[in-house]
Design a protein around this ligand. Structure first.
Ligand code: FPP
Length: 249
């Protein structure tokens, strides 16, 4: 049986987040520079976006650049930023054809002006699309996101727009970059590393975690299907017992 046929369309994760890791090691294995890995990583991004749209996943969040990635050599950062700009220009057609809207989370002001302009343009042109939200995490840090939420909530308290009593999970959710998105159901990390690397720490409270040894440039449709099938075999108990879940059905 083909992998795709093993997927239960009624049990899809709504929100899938991906830590795309291993571009550098993939290139090194081939005796190439790291940027060669990133370029091939873009192909895997396209495949993954297409597959998410084809399956009917609602939100796909990709960790494209962390705040910690600013510590990489300048030449690699410059190349990643220009890859981002050229990919956005190229993929706009795919977004329009597949009814995909682009969103971004992170400290966008720290990105080069060119990248900011391109992102703003693609976000604007795709804002009415509704089949899939492609959410790119750029210059993203989960801890910074939470600090930012604390600051904005505190400001509202000082201005008497909010009381301490009113603070609950929803209020905090509503002050995160991901305020309009559902919680993450499935988090995928490639390349064999088993870390969360400061990614969506609040939003993954009940996510299923899937780690694969495949380097990001080799991640494709079939690998994505495998992750979804694995996810669908998990029992998501959210703190309840197995028996309770059966009675809930
Ligand atoms: C991790 O591999 C990858 C990144 C830090 C960047 C991800 C970027 C892309 C997939 C390409 C550009 C993305 C878009 C959205 C256009 P690594 O460099 O950490 O690999 P390593 O751990 O093997 O060194």
């Amino acid at each position: 049986m083909q992998l795709k046929n093993k997927i239960n369309a009624s049990k899809l994760p709504k929100h899938v987040a991906v830590i795309m890791d291993g571009n550098g090691r993939w290139a090194k294995q081939r005796g190439k520079l790291r940027i060669f890995g990133h370029k091939n990583g873009v192909k895997a991004v396209r495949d993954t976006v297409e597959t998410a749209a084809e399956l009917g996943i609602k939100v796909l969040t990709l960790y494209a650049f962390s705040t910690e990635n600013w510590n990489r050599p300048k030449i690699e950062i410059d190349m990643l930023m220009s890859l981002l700009v050229s990919s956005l220009k190229k993929e706009l057609k795919l977004f329009l054809k597949n009814n995909i809207s682009l969103q971004v989370i992170g400290d966008l002001n720290s990105l080069p002006q060119k990248a900011q302009n391109e992102l703003t343009e693609v976000i604007e042109k795709t804002k009415n699309n509704s089949h899939l939200i492609l959410n790119l995490a750029l210059s993203y840090s989960s801890k910074d996101e939470i600090v930012n939420a604390f600051k904005n909530i505190s400001k509202k308290i000082v201005n008497n727009e909010l009381s301490i009593k009113e603070i609950d999970k929803n209020i905090i959710n509503n002050h995160l970059y991901t305020r309009n998105l559902p919680n993450v159901d499935l988090m995928i990390r490639t390349s064999g590393e088993k870390r969360l690397s400061n990614f969506l720490l609040w939003q993954i409270a009940y996510a299923e975690l899937y780690f694969t040894d495949v380097f990001w440039p080799d991640f494709n449709k079939e690998e994505f299907y495998k992750a979804i099938i694995d996810y669908q075999q998990r029992e998501r108990r959210f703190g309840k017992t197995s028996d309770q879940l059966k009675n809930d059905e």
